[in-house]
Structure formats: structure tokens, C-alpha cells
Design a protein around this ligand. Structure first.
Ligand code: PLP
Length: 468
């Protein structure tokens, strides 16, 4: 049985786990890894496979969390990593009145599980920031990456392309109904490409975004985010221009006649796993059309099955669409897609590519994305996400202390008091979650979309204890 359990498998596994047996899952997965040609390479040194971890296991803790090895690595990290990144923990600690919120340091992963440097087996309910939609180290995706590494690990941005890039562009256009693609390495890259395209296509430069919207921290997206604006934008204000306007999420839509585009997450992620009211997105489209402004959907987080559909906006087609995170299920690649009418505003090349990157459309990322899309289609990942998400929402609402559940599919937010404290409680039990929302008002629950009911039952038990 594959590690990716469809809903049928999901139900079947529940029966098996009640009977105390999930080992079958692990054997199946190990076999698939072997069949995928990974044994003899990375998988041969997998400590997780060696000890029988299936990828759909409950936590197995052998130290307190974080353990001594994690603490030692974090000491080294803090000495060398710019505080831009590591200071976050200190702020969390201060908010809790605690002295230490060191993270656990990861050493290996498989399916929904992560092993830390102390040997603890944990459950990743964040799917690695939403990247690991198919679970960590999916055999088919890994095999595609390994095969491509053995053939052509790198091509040359705008100068010399390769075939995988062409194949992935064709595939993404077929799936989205859009016509042209600009690849990038991060979500920020995709949003930046969309903003630049909107400027060229409309001759305008103002971008409307929404409170709580997060679009990345490179300069162009940073100028238009609506999430933790003071903390993220303030130090860099002189670098950011004055083209970003913000409106309340899901509220009245301002006049867009002076705007190049409106930039929207159809389902807000970091802003609190928030879906707008029915009809709001349609109204936004209508107002933008009427005003000659473009619509950019940022589906970097909510797209590719996360929100229970291929795209969170469903059939509502934007002028520009940003994808990232889960696109290659573990390789940094992103895409900005657009209609021909909008993208062709870039004009014919006059010699110098005016938008490119050294690693643009990297062949390994493209090969892994193609394999990931194959697998997502084969197992109907969006359908699994929707079904599991509906089940999980209902179960979360039964947990005393959960005051509501936001979001859709497996992009859920449990409304709890003191989400940071709850996050720590979950972590100490081996479940990794992150808070979301402007004031951390929800506990974000965004596991790999192939997560089993067995693992989620464990997480629900842990949450019940944490909130008691
Ligand atoms: C909706 C959304 N857009 C853009 C980004 C930025 O992506 P990246 O961090 O890869 O630059 C994120 C990251 O969390 C995101 O959630």
C-alpha cells in the first residue's frame, strides 16, 4: 500500500490502526522507495526507514523537546545566522514569558514524519510551510529529481533552456487555462514577476492588496503585503515606493480605476487561514474588470490542492496566477502564469532579457514538479484534501477549547486562546504546528495532504490535552 492514502485507503487504514497495525504502510513505502531506485543512494542511509518509520506514524519521543542535540545545534545556528531569521524565537519566548523556545533541528523526513537530531520522531502538521503536499520525500518525486540530477542538473536561464522547462510550462498552462509562464525560485519571485507584468500590461503602477495578505519579503512583494506590516515594512520604507494600497480583507472594495492590479490570496494563509465570504472574490473580479485593473491570484500557499481544490479560486480565472511552495514538493521552484494578452506586454526580446534569473526554470525543479503533478492527479490530491479537511474540521470543533475553525481543505486554523502556548504544548508532544493570523489567533493546521486519519487522531488527542 502506498504511503499516499486515498480516502478509501484512509478509511481502510483507520480500521487497521484500530486493530493495531500500520506496519503494512511502512513496508509498502519502503518497497516503493526501492522500486523508485532510491535504495543505494539517499534511502540506503535512511535511519527512519531502518527503524521502521512509515511516514504515517505517531510521534516517538526519546528526549524532551528540544533535546540536547537540537539545543547544541541551535546555539551554533544563533552564533552564525543573521538575527533577521533567528530572533523570531526570542520574540515568541518573550510573548510567553518563557526563556527558551528553541526549535527542534531536523535531520530527516518521510511522509508526515520528521526525525530530529536527537532521534525523536515527530509529526509535521505544517507540511514544511505547505511545501510537502505529497508528504516528505515522496518516492516518485525524489526519483524524478535524482534522475534529472544524473542527466542535466542545470541549464541557462534565458540563454539556453532545456526540455523539462518546456514540458512543465505546457503542463501548468493546460491545468490552469493560462497561456504564458515566468518561472522563479521562490514565492516572492512569482509575486514580483506578476507585479512587474501588471505594470507593463496596464501602464499603471498602484497595487491593491488586503489586510492579512502575505506575499513574500523581497522588495516588490514586501511593498504590498498586508501582514505584520509594521514589523516587516517599517525598517525598509524608503526602499519600497508608494504604490501599495490596502483594503480590509473581505470588506468593501475600493475604486480600482487608478490601479494596475489587485493582488489577492483566494484563501489567506499566514493571515489566519481565512476564506472570504461567498461571492466576494467574484465581486472583486467584476470591479477590477470594470476599472481596467488586472487580478492577480496568489495561490502560492492555497493552490495545488491545499484548499481542497486544484486552485482555491475554483473556476474563477485571474489575469495572473502565482504558484510556489508545493509545486515540486520539496524543491524551490515557483511560477507566475498569465494570459497571453497580459504577458505579451513584455514585448519581443530586443537582445537583453529584461526579466531572468540564473536558476530560472531549473531542470531538477521542473522534473520534480512534473512528477509531483503526475502523482497529485493520479491520487486526486485535491479530493483527498477536501475530504480529510471536512472530517478534521468536524473533529476539531469537538475539542474543548477550540472556539471555531477557519479555512478549507487542509488549510485550517483552530481558533484557540493563547495559540503560542498551544503550539508549544503540541510541540512538546511531538506535533509541529505554527500559529497564524495577525495576532496569532489561530493554530494553523496544514499537514501533508496525504496525512492519515491515524495521525490526525493522535494530533486531536494531543490538542485535547494541551487545551484542557
Ligand atoms: C500566499 C503566499 N505568497 C507568497 C509567499 C512567499 O513565498 P516565499 O517565502 O517562497 O518567497 C508565501 C510564503 O509563505 C505565501 O504564503
Amino acid at each position: 500500500m502506498p504511503v499516499a492514502v486515498g480516502l478509501a485507503g484512509f478509511r481502510k487504514e483507520r480500521r487497521e490502526s484500530r486493530a493495531g497495525s500500520t506496519a503494512e504502510e511502512g513496508i509498502g513505502h519502503a518497497e516503493r522507495v526501492s522500486q523508485a531506485g532510491l535504495v543505494g543512494t539517499a534511502a540506503a542511509v535512511s535511519a527512519m526507514l531502518a527503524v521502521g518509520v512509515t511516514g504515517n506514524d505517531l510521534p516517538a519521543l526519546i528526549t524532551e523537546l528540544p533535546g540536547p542535540a537540537s539545543r547544541a545545534w541551535v546555539d551554533r545556528l544563533a552564533a552564525r545566522e543573521c538575527p533577521a531569521i533567528t530572533s523570531r524565537r526570542a520574540r515568541r519566548a518573550a510573548a510567553l514569558g518563557a526563556s527558551d523556545t528553541d526549535p527542534v533541528v531536523w535531520s530527516e523526513s518521510l511522509g508526515c514524519n520528521v526525525k530530529d537530531v536527537d532521534g525523536n520522531i515527530l509529526v509535521d502538521l505544517c507540511a514544511g510551510f505547505g511545501v510537502m503536499a505529497l508528504g516528505h520525500r515522496h518516492p516518485a518525486v525524489m526519483a524524478a529529481g535524482q534522475a534529472q540530477l544524473g542527466l542535466l542538473p542545470h541549464a541557462m536561464g534565458d540563454a539556453f533552456p532545456d526540455v523539462r522547462r518546456v514540458e512543465l510550462m505546457e503542463r501548468l498552462c493546460a491545468r490552469t487555462g493560462l497561456d504564458r509562464v515566468i518561472f522563479g525560485c521562490s514565492g516572492s519571485d512569482a509575486v514580483e514577476a506578476a507585479i512587474k507584468t501588471a505594470r507593463l500590461a496596464t501602464g499603471r503602477h498602484r497595487i491593491l492588496s488586503f489586510e492579512g495578505g502575505y506575499h513574500g519579503l523581497a522588495s516588490a512583494p514586501l511593498a504590498v503585503i498586508g501582514y505584520h506590516v509594521d514589523a516587516f515594512q517599517e525598517p525598509f520604507r524608503p526602499l519600497l515606493g508608494a504604490h501599495g494600497d490596502r483594503a480590509p480583507w473581505g470588506g468593501p472594495i475600493p475604486d480600482l480605476s487608478g490601479h494596475a492590479a489587485v493582488l489577492v490570496e483566494p484563501l489567506q494563509g499566514r493571515g489566519g487561514m481565512r476564506a472570504p465570504a461567498d461571492g466576494w472574490l467574484e465581486e472583486l473580479h467584476a470591479k477590477a474588470r470594470a476599472a481596467g485593473a488586472l487580478v492577480i491570484h496568489d495561490e502560492i500557499y492555497c493552490g495545488l490542492g491545499r484548499a481542497g481544490a486544484w486552485l482555491a479560486a475554483g473556476a474563477l480565472k485571474p489575469d495572473l496566477l502565482c504558484l510556489g511552495k508545493a509545486l515540486a514538493c520539496g524543491y524551490p521552484i515557483s511560477a507566475c502564469l498569465g494570459t497571453a494578452a497580459v504577458m505579451d506586454a513584455w514585448g519581443a526580446s530586443t537582445g537583453e532579457a529584461i526579466h531572468t534569473q540564473t536558476f530560472l526554470g531549473n531542470p531538477v525543479g521542473c522534473a520534480m514538479a512534473l512528477a509531483a503533478l503526475d502523482e497529485m492527479e493520479r491520487i486526486d490530491l485535491p479530493g483527498q484534501s477536501l475530504a480529510t479537511g471536512d472530517w478534521l474540521r468536524a473533529r476539531l470543533l469537538e475539542v474543548p477549547g477550540v472556539r471555531g475553525v477557519t479555512g478549507r481543505g487542509l488549510m485550517l486554523g483552530a481558533v484557540v486562546d493563547h495559540s503560542l502556548r498551544a503550539m508549544r504544548g503540541m510541540q512538546s508532544r511531538g506535533y509541529l504546528v505554527l500559529p497564524a493570523g495577525e495576532r496569532g489567533e489561530v493554530l494553523g493546521i496544514t499537514p501533508p495532504l496525504v496525512v492519515s486519519q491515524h495521525v490526525l487522531e493522535g494530533a486531536l488527542d494531543a490538542l485535547t490535552q494541551v487545551l484542557a
